[in-house]
Design a binder for this molecule. Structure first.
Ligand SMILES: Nc1ncnc2c1ncn2[C@@H]1O[C@H](COP(=O)(O)OP(=O)(O)O)[C@@H](O)[C@H]1O
Ligand SMILES: [Mg+2]
Length: 331
């Protein structure tokens, strides 16, 4: 399939000198569910703003559906839907009115809007709240309304900037299923940014991992995890600074060890036979009088992929817990 988004050597430097996007190159195929995974400040929103014509690039080439971003912005705007990171819901209007208003902006025929609005309310599960003012909606409902609004003109490409950040797990799962349906049944190309590993893993057929404005790895979730090629053992040391190098040099000699890197725990060991290796590691460190604070074993996750390339973890914002008031327990 052909590329529907093509980005070459894209750079964005803000007026204060911040290089938010530092020479990235990637492409998205038509009908693909593509993800940008990275921590806060990585450059995700900046990239999405450029791709959706809201921000002018510093340099590089971007084409969306065959239109150059610099000369073809009006044509691009007609075929994309955008959900920005901050919700743009109007609290004075009802759910239905919010979506309808967007329909007018998009110059959809009056006779078609009503039907389309009903479809969208159903898609995002907001039928019963449709005629309530949006200001009383929960943050999950606002995100869902925002998503419906972005879909009014049946966009060919949907851009979603952290569509589930800060949502409770239930709303998150609901949004995931709408997005999967949209991608599978309507063939909508989706470009999504997220700081959640599980979200990228579950939804995206292909993704790029972004950190400090650079793409550090890209591929399908399975390819990326397979690239690690080994299970990981995370080792915490009581005196990491002092003992790290000694520990690494002894572990390096053990059979099956593929790679050892510094990590936030202290050391990550990637090995083929990780489960059987743990006992050897514990014994060896003990004999050197190196004290352990933790040893954990796991199969590769996207977090390991991120750690392998950056030495850090992706720290996602915490899930928002449902306030007790929702259950009528507040006095
Ligand atoms: N308008 C701006 N002016 C200057 N710096 C900015 C602006 N917007 C974002 N940044 C900086 O650019 C970097 C990337 O930000 P952003 O694209 O929002 O990242 P993300 O969406 O991945 O959290 C950060 O260092 C951020 O502080
Ligand atoms: Mg952002």
């Amino acid at each position: 399939m052909s590329d529907i988004i093509s980005v070459k050597n894209l750079v964005e430097v803000y007026s204060d000198g911040t290089k938010a996007v530092d020479d990235i190159t990637f492409n998205v195929k038509e009908g693909e569910f593509f993800g940008f995974l990275g921590p806060n400040g990585a450059g995700k929103s900046t990239t999405i703003k450029i791709l959706t014509t809201l921000l002018r690039k510093t340099s590089g080439t971007v084409t969306v559906a065959g239109h150059d971003i610099s000369s073809g912005a009006p044509a691009i705007r007609k075929i994309i839907g955008v959900q920005s990171q901050e919700t743009t819901v109007d609290g004075d209007l009802t759910g239905r009115e919010n979506i309808t208003l967007q329909g007018h902006f998009q110059q959809i025929e009056g006779s078609k809007i009503k039907k389309r609005v009903n479809e969208l309310l159903q898609l995002v599960g907001l039928e019963s709240a449709a005629d309530k003012r949006a200001r009383n909606f929960s943050s999950g409902m606002k995100k869902r309304l925002d998503l419906a609004t972005a879909l009014i003109h049946e966009p060919k490409i949907l851009f979603l900037d952290e569509p589930t950040t800060g949502l409770d797990p239930q709303s998150r799962v609901a949004i995931w299923s709408y997005l999967e349906k949209l991608n599978k049944e309507e063939g909508t190309t989706i470009f999504l940014t997220t700081q959640y590993l599980e979200e990228a893993d579950k939804l995206c057929k292909r993704l790029a991992i972004i950190d400090f404005g650079k793409i550090v790895a890209s591929g399908s979730p399975d390819e990326l995890k397979r690239e690690i090629g080994a299970d990981s053992i995370k080792i915490g040391l009581e005196n990491c600074e002092r003992d790290r190098e000694n520990a690494k040099s002894i572990i390096k000699t053990m059979t099956g060890v593929k790679e050892i890197i510094n990590s936030e725990e202290c050391i990550n060991v990637y090995a083929q036979n990780a489960s059987s290796l743990i006992a050897d590691i514990v014994r060896a460190l003990d004999s050197l009088d190196i004290r352990l604070t933790s040893v954990t074993f796991s199969q590769p996750s996207l977090d390991d992929v991120f750690t392998k390339h950056t030495g850090r973890k992706i720290r996602a914002e915490q899930l928002v817990k449902a306030p007790s008031a929702m259950f009528g327990r507040r006095r």
